[in-house]
Design a protein around this ligand. Structure first.
Ligand code: 13P
Length: 287
């Protein structure tokens, strides 16, 4: 059964580990992530951006696919299906379709408007028993057309949003979606510490999990990060696995062109990446 992310994140916060949000793109992605979570007895969050939902034929298709897989694959670990960087309208649609968790990203609005809209979302999601993520500051880079300047979040603004009763808070601390550039300055732990102090134990979310060095991930968790989002790293692993298969000419040998064979190395590569992250985040055996 799909669950809200509230309980798993509060548990993670208390236990000083983080739950991974892995974004999905299609059936192979979803199956790889669900199976890895089950095999490792780990809670998991399936992230779905509005662009990915559109690609997968809409929110209802995604919910139907995930529910079907959970039943057929006997997935018993806690799984949340979470809208990633949702717009106000997108959030309403995802809720209606049966998402168990919502991110409303109002970070591009002036703070008063972000507060007002997030407040409405708190009401709507809590009425349905869903978890809600809000964002302050912005995550740099681009994800599915959502572009962020990468500002460091202001602690007072974070406090104002956290006090609205959101389940979790994403705060920009120098993190970027996609691969980090050579000259990246690293995460601002000063900002994270300041935010953590005033946000009343609300689990914090670290976006842009791809390519953040292990020591920074561990330090971020120790300072209150309880959810870490990973997207690009699974895409790179899938692409590399698929490329190797084709470059070795395996698709031209026997029935190697069968999509079930052609997509298998990429699928296994996603599984390995997800497992590695779950180990690093400390969520294994926390289901
Ligand atoms: P990456 O693609 O950098 O891993 O970021 C994922 C993310 O933050 C999803 O919201």
């Amino acid at each position: 059964m799909l669950v809200s992310a509230k309980e798993m994140l509060n548990k993670a916060k208390a236990g000083k580990y983080a739950v991974g949000q892995f974004n999905i793109n299609n059936l192979e992605w979803t199956k790889a992530i669900l199976l890895t979570a089950q095999e490792n007895n780990s809670p998991v969050i399936l992230g779905v951006s509005e662009g990915a939902a559109k690609y997968m034929c809409g929110f209802k298709t995604v919910v139907g696919m995930v529910n079907g897989m959970m039943e057929e694959l006997n997935i018993t670990v806690p799984v949340a299906i979470h809208l990633d960087h949702g717009s106000y309208e997108g959030a309403l649609k995802a809720m209606e379709a049966g998402f168990s968790s919502i991110m409303f990203d109002g970070s591009h609005y002036p703070i008063d408007e972000n507060i007002a809209k997030t407040k409405e979302m708190v009401k709507l999601t809590s009425e349905k028993g869903l978890s809600l993520e809000a964002e302050v500051g912005s995550i740099g880079g681009e994800e599915d057309g959502v572009v962020g300047a990468g500002e460091i979040a202001d602690a007072n603004e974070c406090k104002a949003i956290a006090d609205l009763g959101v389940t979790m808070l994403a705060a920009g601390i120098g993190n970027i979606h996609g691969v980090y550039p050579e000259n990246w300055q690293g995460l601002s732990f000063e900002a994270l510490e300041a935010i953590s102090k005033v946000t009343n134990n609300v689990p914090l979310v670290l976006h842009g999990g791809t390519g953040i060095p292990e020591d920074m991930i561990k330090k971020a968790i120790s300072l209150g990060v309880s959810k870490i989002n990973v997207n690009t790293e699974c895409q790179l692993a899938f692409a590399e696995g698929t490329r190797k298969y084709i470059e070795a000419g395996k698709d031209t040998q026997g029935k190697g062109f069968d999509p079930r064979k052609l997509l298998a190395p990429g699928f296994e590569a996603i599984k390995a990446t997800v497992k590695e992250k779950m180990e690093l985040f400390g969520s294994i055996n926390q289901a």
